[in-house]
Design a protein around this ligand. Structure first.
Ligand code: NCD
Ligand code: ZN
Length: 352
């Protein structure tokens, strides 16, 4: 009988796609992430969005103030800008010189707080030109937005209509296809011919590794399993799990943990976003274990993202233990509460 693994050591992971919002609620969600991760890429879809370097620096300041108040000195936020039709090449160069790590493309209307997003990628060519020149990655929410495209097809259509032409026009631009959800996206990233410069990668969330679209409708509507891009069929989950656990450095960890208060989720028109930050590492460990590939977790969680962004790898080690952790039904979120992923259930792995 093979011995079952009960603990694993790995270099401390980073989260390459995270929403922490602003104001009162930020400290509640930040604490969950900082308990597990050394760094995280902070998404810029605030209201109003973080469209300039000055706004990003101010946002970084508020994050640091919260970290100080929480007594956390071991966590580094990595800032991004929200790309708009009007982002200038000068702003891109300024972003590079001030340590911004990327610009996020939200097709207008694609997801939470994306109304100010890009109406037509052609309007961004000056900014993209500058990003390619200075080596600033483009992080993409990869879904088309036209109402006549089925919601389950929007990612695959985005590849053909937007991503492939974009990569032809900017062969050296570094692109992260964020939170991929389909076999088409996983295979596109795996098989893409790049200029040889490590220029295409993808993040994968825990929910897309662990659940298929049945989870949104199991016994009734389950708003806490609703995120964008929406969960897909089982065949897609399997393709994502295969990609994540393959050891291919183009795939790395990005939780897309996206907090919304309980009342905003459990509503007639509920918000999109799963709150996975409470024990995100445990969720990923479960997924990798289900594939018999726990040995591939460290590359995915701790190495490939920093390599892609040309940042140093972390050096501190952490230990994950196979010890069921109960997930509370609700957690505090400012004056309200939030329902975490797996609320009221257990997660098999947890940080020691
Ligand atoms: C995110 C959010 O709430 O900000 N929601 C989500 O469902 N993932 C936005 C996003 O990343 O699409
Ligand atoms: Zn996101």
């Amino acid at each position: 009988m093979p011995k079952t693994t009960t603990q694993i050591q790995l270099i401390q992971p980073d989260d390459w796609h995270l929403h922490i919002r602003d104001g009162e609620v930020m400290k509640d969600v930040l604490a969950d992430t900082a308990r597990q991760f050394a760094r995280a890429i902070i998404m810029p879809n605030l209201k109003p969005p973080v469209t300039t370097v000055d706004l990003a620096n101010a946002y970084r300041g508020r994050i640091e103030a919260n970290l100080n108040a929480l007594g956390i000195s071991s966590f580094t936020p990595l800032m991004t800008l929200y790309l708009t039709d009007n982002t200038s090449a000068d702003e891109v160069r300024k972003a590079k010189s001030e340590g911004i790590v990327g610009l996020k493309l939200y097709p207008a209307g694609a997801t939470t707080n994306s109304d100010a997003g890009v109406s037509d990628i052609k309007r961004c060519y000056a900014a993209l030109e500058a990003m390619q020149a200075v080596g600033l990655p483009l992080l993409v929410h990869g879904e088309v937005t036209s109402a006549d495209i089925d919601i389950f097809d929007r990612e695959a259509v985005f590849i053909d209509q937007v991503l492939e032409p974009l990569r032809k026009d900017f062969p050296e631009l570094k692109i992260v296809f964020e939170h991929i959800t389909t076999r088409q996206a996983a295979h596109y990233v795996r098989d893409a011919q790049t200029s040889g410069k490590n220029s295409l990668a993808a993040t994968i969330t825990p929910q897309h590794l662990l659940m298929n679209r049945n989870a949104i409708f199991a016994g009734g509507i389950r708003p806490h399993n609703y995120c964008l891009p929406v969960l897909k069929r089982e065949e897609h989950r399997i393709a994502l799990l295969e990609a994540a656990t393959s050891g291919n450095p183009r795939f790395f960890l990005g939780t897309d943990s996206a907090p919304h208060a309980k009342g905003a989720k459990e509503a007639a028109c509920g918000c999109a976003g799963c709150y996975s930050a409470f024990n995100a590492l445990g969720l990923y460990a479960e997924a990798f274990e289900s594939a018999g590939k726990l040995d591939k977790l460290e590359g995915f969680a701790s190495f490939f993202g920093s390599d892609f962004y040309s940042l140093p790898r972390n050096t501190k080690k952490v230990t994950l233990v196979k010890q069921a952790q109960s997930i509370p039904a609700e957690l505090p979120l400012g004056d309200a509460t939030i329902v975490p992923l797996r609320a009221g259930e257990t997660i098999a792995w947890t940080l020691a």
